[in-house]
Design a protein around this ligand. Structure first.
Ligand SMILES: [Zn+2]
Length: 327
């Protein structure tokens, strides 16, 4: 009977292609894994977000660049002879991966994520939003206490390519300051919201001793597309020196993380923070114009060109000013 039902399902179920992105060496393993998920959760649908969570409702509007768009931009820069130091990938000869979690700390999900990472014995990198740190300083302390890397994801989560250079500087600096005041750490890495950067955005970062970090793997978890979609997209892009973009604040990410980590480890990968990934680059790779695109960290932040800034972000200035102050 069961065999008959399975056969019937196989005939009538539309053929779903699980692999997003280019063909990849893990293709077969991914398809096998997808079949297992389909059998285990045949009716699994994308989770509907809680509409009362204003932060995440607005965060859905964020459109992150795809890994293809990121490498296309790096290729254009190389073609034009423009060198913008940034980290897109670690050493492509080493089986290292960095899990990165953006947009937190989140009042509901960060503690769950930290507990899960502890249980799985993984150190990750958290690109935090200054305004979220302002509202949840204790959670940032917990992230740091657990040994995760903390990176700068601006103060108010604006698209940096759409604001003037002095405001880009203020965004990074205001986030630097609140993080330093909270955990006494000077951050060394940053990530522009949406992965939107240009010459000025990278310049503002390097002036403050921040290396711009992008990604090689973007499963789109912020839109809660379903755990199987997040898993398949992540696995289909998994490759040496990869940087995986995830978000702090998504239940489906928590649900699927154990499987992703288990799969990666079974395929010989080790999880590291982005600084370790950066250190995996040998000197010739650090300046390679194409892939990976990266640069060594400056010894001392060069702030000579930066004007004196106040840290107050004018109200209603931010395009993505979605974090409402409590009434
Ligand atoms: Zn973000």
């Amino acid at each position: 009977m069961i065999t008959f039902l399975v056969a019937l399902t196989a005939v009538f179920m539309p053929k779903v292609h699980p692999v997003y992105g280019p063909q990849h060496i893990h293709q077969q393993a991914i398809e096998t894994r997808f079949e297992v998920i389909k059998k285990k959760h045949p009716a699994r649908q994308a989770m509907v977000l809680d509409s009362t969570d204003a932060y995440w409702t607005a965060a859905l509007e964020e459109v992150d660049k795809s890994p293809d768009e990121i490498s296309a931009q790096a290729n254009r820069e190389a073609h034009l002879g423009v060198y913008l130091p940034k980290l897109i990938r670690g050493n492509p000869r080493e089986k290292l991966l960095a899990l990165t979690f953006d947009d937190g700390p989140h009042p509901i999900f960060t503690e769950k994520l930290l507990a899960l990472l502890k249980q799985l014995d993984v150190k990750a990198s958290f690109f935090v939003v200054g305004k979220m740190v302002e509202r949840n300083p204790q959670l940032l302390k917990e992230i740091a206490a657990d040994g995760h890397l903390v990176g700068n994801h601006t103060f108010s989560h604006v698209t940096l390519t759409k604001i003037p250079l002095n405001e880009v500087r203020a965004e990074y600096e205001a986030c630097n300051d609140i993080v330093e005041n909270t955990i006494g750490q000077r951050m060394r890495f940053c990530r522009p919201p949406g992965g939107d950067y240009d010459r000025q955005v990278v310049k503002a970062a390097t002036e403050q001793g921040l290396t711009t970090v992008l990604w090689t793997d973007d499963p789109g978890d912020y839109a809660s597309p379903g755990t199987h979609v997040i898993e398949m997209k992540t696995l289909s892009r998994m490759s040496n020196g990869g940087i995986i973009l995830l978000h702090d604040g998504i239940q489906q990410t928590l649900d699927v993380l154990p499987q992703i980590i288990q799969y990666a480890r079974a395929h010989g990968y080790r999880f590291v923070t982005v600084d370790e990934l950066m250190n995996s680059l040998v000197p010739t790779m650090r300046y390679h114009p194409l892939h990976p695109v990266s640069a060594p960290l400056p010894d001392k932040p060069d702030t000579s060109a930066a004007p004196v800034l106040t840290h107050s972000i004018p109200p209603n200035r931010s395009k993505i000013d979605f974090i409402k102050k409590p009434a």
